[in-house]
Design a binder for this molecule. Structure first.
Ligand code: PHE
Length: 477
């Protein structure tokens, strides 16, 4: 446990996990994916995955962090030893580090756009502007690798500064200031949206569904999004869990995190679509929803520049509280494994992710088409990196579920969870069967583009069954 300390308060983990969970995923990605995928059907899959799969895995991942009290990679290594199970499980830590690195690389670029729009809004540059002007403005930003790199650099450097200052002085203090402010702003924006927009249209768009509306890739996106929004399956929660007080309840905390995160996505969705429908605009704009459609809605509304500016500050704050949780797991590993100082470790992680981020920057301009990525995968580097994270995070979550449910010594797990036997059994059933089956189902259904439900369902059950059997045999051997 050398060098590993614990959050100052019993409740700080909750604050930190909510800070990690609430971010661009809720404010930028959730609304635009919902808009692109036809509303309610997308939300249904997303919400089902959060509650049936996300919460149990959130509990498992937090538990892995808290029992090992180390960074994800070293923590997994430690657990495979103490629980006498295969060293191969350590790959959960490595896969997580890879995901953290990939996500941070594009996250910082997108957050950089929010920096640009905070400035544009607060200076009133977009007041009264028409659709053509606003969309030309966004195109101009995307066309400028220099400007995007500048914002990307500012954002990632600021996040690095916070993590570099340590978990107490940096992360905890930062979150304590940012998080309450973010909730206040969110409520203000919702009220503004209800007054100036069309909240009924927004609600019916979000909450009526027809499952047939969801495209095949929509399934993968909905599942990927539910892992992304909970910061799940990639070590961020494990790293924060390592600092969690032993007295806090794992189950209650995880449920609270998922509820707050989902609520924020819904409130943000309601506010954003109220404004979008109120202004008579389209929902299917894609990644530009927040940067073109929304500013356009603000452009003609009373105090639009001010509220719009405050909204983008919200986006920035939420993004920072998430990006620090992307840096922490890798930085903590470097400190533990190589005895580096924290600033050194943070610098290495951030410089590498920054460089990788340049791939996202150029995906919108000089490498927008005709690259190796397009030839091989039919998409830009940015879209490819996003696709990878949509696969890596559920995969990491799947492995965490199997590890916690099958490989660990179960009476130790029960002690750590500290619940009664019924809850423990419910949780274990979810991580042993439901989570793995659901994730495999979506993988089998979407990745090879298999049509129909029968093959994927059978395939998923088969995989889980074989796995369960093999663990049983190994345990009894
Ligand atoms: N959950 C964050 C969001 O919704 C993104 C994130 C993913 C942060 C993984 C940390 C780890 O914006």
């Amino acid at each position: 446990m050398s060098g590993h300390n614990v959050w100052t308060h019993k409740g700080t983990f909750l604050l930190a996990a909510v800070g990690s969970a609430v971010g661009l995923g809720n404010l930028w990605r959730f609304p635009y994916l919902t808009g692109e995928n036809g509303g309610g059907a997308f939300i249904l899959i997303y919400a089902l995955t959060i509650f049936a799969v996300g919460i149990p895995i959130l509990i498992a991942e937090t538990m892995l962090g808290r029992t090992s009290r180390q960074s994800p990679i070293m923590g997994m290594r430690h657990l495979t030893k103490t629980h006498k199970t295969s060293r191969a499980w350590e790959s959960i830590g490595w896969l997580g580090a890879a995901s953290a690195f990939l996500i941070l690389s594009f996250y910082s670029v997108i957050a950089g756009w929010a920096l640009h729009y905070t400035w544009l809004m607060l200076t009133g540059s977009l007041v009264g502007a028409d659709a053509a002007t606003i969309s030309a403005g966004f195109d101009a930003l995307l066309a400028s690798p220099g400007l995007m790199t500048l914002y990307h650099t500012l954002f990632i450097a600021f996040s690095a500064l916070i993590v570099g200052m340590g978990i107490h002085k940096g992360i905890e203090s930062g979150l304590r200031i940012m998080m309450p402010a973010l909730f206040v702003i969110l409520i203000v924006v919702l009220i503004y949206g209800v007054i100036n927009g069309d909240v009924r249209a927004a609600a019916s768009f979000l909450f009526t569904f027809n499952i047939a509306d969801l495209s095949l890739e929509g399934w993968l996106q909905a599942m990927g999004q539910s892992f992304f929004t909970l910061s799940l399956g990639m070590g961020a929660i494990m790293a924060y869990g390592a600092y969690m007080s032993s007295e806090a309840s794992l189950t209650r905390t995880a449920i609270a995190v998922a509820f707050v995160d989902t609520a924020v996505a819904m409130v943000a969705g309601l506010a954003i679509f109220s404004l979008v429908f109120g202004a008579g605009l389209e929902t299917g704009q894609g990644p530009g929803l927040m940067f073109v459609t929304l500013p356009l809605a603000f452009a003609d509304m009373p105090f639009g520049a001010l509220v719009g500016g405050v909204f983008f500050i919200l986006v920035l704050g939420a993004a920072i509280s998430s990006s620090i949780s992307l840096i922490e797991p890798v930085a903590a590993f470097l400190v533990e494994r190589f005895d580096m100082t924290r600033p050194q470790a943070v610098t290495i992680m951030v410089v590498a992710a920054w460089a990788m981020g340049l791939l996202t920057v150029v995906s919108f301009n000089i490498w927008a088409e005709g690259t190796l990525f397009h030839a091989l995968f039919g998409r830009s580097a940015f879209e490819f990196i996003e696709l990878l994270t949509n696969i890596f995070m559920p995969l990491g979550g799947l492995m965490i579920a199997l590890f916690a449910g099958w490989a660990l010594t179960q009476n130790e797990v029960m002690k750590e969870l500290g619940t009664n036997i019924t809850w423990f059994k419910t949780w274990r059933f979810l991580v042993r069967f439901v989570g793995p089956a659901a994730v495999s189902f979506v993988f089998l259904r979407t990745i090879p583009q298999v049509e129909g439900y029968v093959v994927p369902t059978l395939g998923a059950l088969l995989i889980v069954g074989i796995f369960a059997l093999s663990q049983r045999l190994r345990k009894s051997a």
